[in-house]
Design a protein around this ligand. Structure first.
Ligand code: FES
Length: 95
């Protein structure tokens, strides 16, 4: 399976994962500062800022876009429980 790299800027850790992994699954394993609530794209607790590699993430669903809008987040924010890394590398930190 294709590999991808996720860097958590808050703890300075880079992890190699399988393409298709959701960011929250990795952040939990390495104890990055991303926290979550529902893990279903509903509560907005897991909002993260994407510092680099935005194009390597899956497209946000209609529900995710609504949650991001409702939470008034800035550009390049995503829900860590919904965004999947599709390949390449991405750098994130808690929003
Ligand atoms: S944990 Fe609730 S939206 Fe991601």
């Amino acid at each position: 399976m294709a590999k991808a790299q996720v860097t958590f800027a808050d703890i300075g850790e880079t992890v190699t994962v399988s393409a298709g992994t959701r960011i929250i699954e990795v952040s939990e394993k390495v104890n990055a500062g991303l926290v979550y609530g529902c893990r279903e794209g509903d509560c907005g607790t897991c909002i993260m800022q994407v510092l680099d590699g935005w194009e390597n993430l899956s497209q946000p669903s209609v529900l995710e876009e609504k949650v991001l809008r409702d939470n008034n987040v800035g550009r390049h924010c995503r829900l860590a429980c919904q965004a999947q890394i599709l390949g390449g590398s991405v750098t994130v930190k808690p929003a």
